[in-house]
Design a protein around this ligand. Structure first.
Ligand code: PMP
Length: 429
C-alpha cells in the first residue's frame, strides 16, 4: 500500500506534536513505522489520507460500537447545534442521560458526567477517599485507568507498550498511596489488606482486563474482591470505561452478577464525543460537591452536543439488544477462525475471547494473568501487525490491546480477516 501522504503528514506532525500524535497509542512507534493518518470512516471501514481502505478493529479504542459515522449518532444534532453548543448551566438532556445510565446500571444510584475516562476514575477515587476518610487504594498490575498521577503506577495499555508502566513525573508521595496487586489473584489482595489494616479507601479494577490485551476475569477472584471490600468497608470501583455498554447493555457487572459500590464509564457513552461518567451508591455520591465536601467540576461536563450523541447511542443500544448478540457471534467466529489458523500454521499463539472482546497473544502460555501476558513475543506481533495492515486490517499497533468490533462489521468482513490472519501467521513460521 502506498502511504506517501501519511508519511509526509507524520514528518510535519512530529515538528509540532510530541511523537506526532495526541495520544501515545496512536503512534506506530512500537511497530516501527509512521502512523496511518485517517481521512474518514464509514461503518466498519476507515480510509486513510492516501485513499487506502481498511477494516477497522480499533474503532477509536472502543467508543464506536455502531461503527463509523452511523446516522444513529447524529440524529437531532443539527437542531442541537443551532440551539448553542455549551451554556455552563444545566440542560434537560443531562437529566435524560443520567436517568438512562442509572436505569441501565442499578449500582449507580447517582451519576456525574465528565469529559474523559481519566477524569471519571480520578474523580471516583477522590470520592472514595472522601467517603472512607482513608488514603490508600489498590489497583492491579497491567490495568489501565487513565493518566491521573496515582493511577500511572504499574499501569497498562500504552504505558506497557512504551515501557513506562510507572510514569516519571509521578511523585513518590503520590505513588506510595497506590498499592498494586495481581489480577486474578485474590491472595495478593488479602495480603495488602492485612499489611494496611483500616487504610484502604478503594479497590479499582477492570472487571474484564482490556489494557494488557484481554484477560478474562476468574469469577471467584471477582467475588472475592466483592467480599473482602465489603467486610473491610472499602469502596469497590468497577472501571467499565471499556466494558460498559460493550460486554452487555448493563456492562461487566450485569454479566458477572456482581454489584460494585462505584462504576466509571466512558467511550461508548459519548457516542464518539469526549465523555466519561462516574457514579455509585447514593450515600457515596452525596459526598460530591455541592452536596458534600469532595470537589469535582468541569466547564464542558454534560456538554449538550456530546450528551445528545451519547444519548442517541445508548437509546439505540437499549432498544436493540440484538447488537450484543451480533457482536458476540462475530467475536466467536473470529475466535474459531483464528484458533483454526493457529493450529494449521503451528504458530505459538493464544486467541482469547470474553463475550465480544477478543485479543490474539503471541505466546504458548494460556492467558489468565499479567505474568502470562508478559511472555508474549512482541516482535512476532509487530510482524503480524504489518502483514495484517498491508492486507487491509487496521489492528492496534501493540500486543497489549484488545480488538474492537462494531455492529457495522459484517460476517464477510470477519471471514476476510480470518483469511488474512491465516496468510499472516503462515509468513511468521
Ligand atoms: N479506564 C479504562 C479501563 C480505559 O480503557 C481507559 C482508556 N483506554 C481509561 C480509563 C481512560 O479513558 P480516557 O482515555 O478517555 O481518559
Amino acid at each position: 500500500m502506498n502511504r506517501e501522504k501519511s508519511e509526509k503528514l507524520f514528518i510535519e506532525a512530529e515538528k509540532y506534536i510530541p511523537g506526532g500524535v495526541n495520544s501515545p497509542v496512536r503512534a506506530f512507534k512500537s511497530v516501527d513505522m509512521p502512523p496511518v493518518f485517517v481521512d474518514r470512516g464509514k461503518g466498519a471501514k476507515i480510509y486513510d489520507v492516501d485513499g487506502n481502505e481498511y477494516t477497522d478493529y480499533i474503532c477509536s479504542w472502543g467508543p464506536l460500537i455502531l461503527g463509523h459515522a452511523s446516522p444513529v449518532y447524529y440524529e437531532g444534532i443539527q437542531e442541537a447545534l443551532e440551539k448553542g453548543t455549551t451554556f455552563g448551566a444545566p440542560t434537560a438532556i443531562e437529566v435524560e442521560i443520567a436517568k438512562l445510565i442509572t436505569e441501565a446500571y442499578p449500582s449507580m444510584e447517582m451519576v456525574r458526567m465528565v469529559s474523559s475516562g481519566t477524569e471519571a476514575t480520578m474523580s471516583a477515587l477522590r470520592v472514595a477517599r472522601g467517603f472512607t476518610s482513608r488514603d490508600k487504594i489498590i489497583k492491579f498490575e497491567g490495568c489501565y485507568h487513565g493518566h491521573s498521577d496515582g493511577l500511572l503506577v504499574k499501569s497498562g495499555s500504552g504505558t506497557l507498550t512504551f515501557g513506562v508502566p510507572t510514569s516519571s513525573g509521578v511523585t513518590p508521595g503520590t505513588a506510595k498511596d497506590t498499592l498494586v496487586a495481581t489480577y486474578n489473584d485474590i491472595e495478593s489482595v488479602k495480603a495488602l489488606f492485612a499489611e494496611n489494616p483500616g487504610e484502604i479507601a478503594a479497590v479499582i479494577v477492570e472487571p474484564v482486563a482490556g489494557n494488557m490485551g484481554v484477560v478474562p476475569p476468574d469469577l471467584d477472584f471477582m467475588k472475592g474482591l466483592r467480599k473482602i471490600t465489603e467486610s473491610e468497608g472499602t469502596v469497590l470501583i468497577f472501571d467499565e470505561v471499556i466494558t460498559g455498554f460493550r460486554l452487555a447493555y448493563g456492562g461487566a457487572q450485569e454479566v458477572l452478577g456482581i454489584k460494585p459500590d462505584m462504576t466509571t464509564l466512558g467511550k461508548i457513552i459519548g457516542g464518539g464525543m469526549p465523555v466519561g461518567a462516574f457514579g455509585g451508591r447514593r450515600e457515596i455520591m452525596e459526598m460530591v460537591a455541592p452536596l458534600g465536601g469532595v470537589y469535582q467540576a468541569g466547564t464542558l461536563s454534560g456538554n449538550p452536543i456530546a450528551m445528545k450523541m451519547g444519548l442517541n447511542t445508548l437509546t439505540y443500544l437499549r432498544d436493540h439488544p440484538e447488537v450484543y448478540e451480533g457482536l458476540e457471534e462475530k467475536a466467536k467466529r473470529l475466535e474459531a477462525g483464528f484458533k483454526a489458523n493457529i493450529e494449521k500454521t503451528g504458530v505459538k499463539a493464544q486467541m482469547v475471547r470474553f463475550k465480544g472482546m477478543t485479543c490474539l497473544f503471541f505466546t504458548d502460555q494460556p492467558i489468565d494473568s499479567y505474568a502470562a501476558v508478559m511472555t508474549s513475543d512482541t516482535k512476532a506481533y509487530t510482524q503480524y501487525f504489518k502483514a495484517m495492515l498491508e492486507a487491509g486490517n487496521f489492528l492496534p499497533p501493540a500486543q497489549y490491546e484488545a480488538i474492537f468490533i462494531s455492529d457495522a462489521h459484517t460476517l464477510q468482513d470477519i471471514e476476510k480477516t480470518i483469511e488474512d490472519n491465516y496468510q499472516a501467521l503462515k509468513k511468521l513460521k
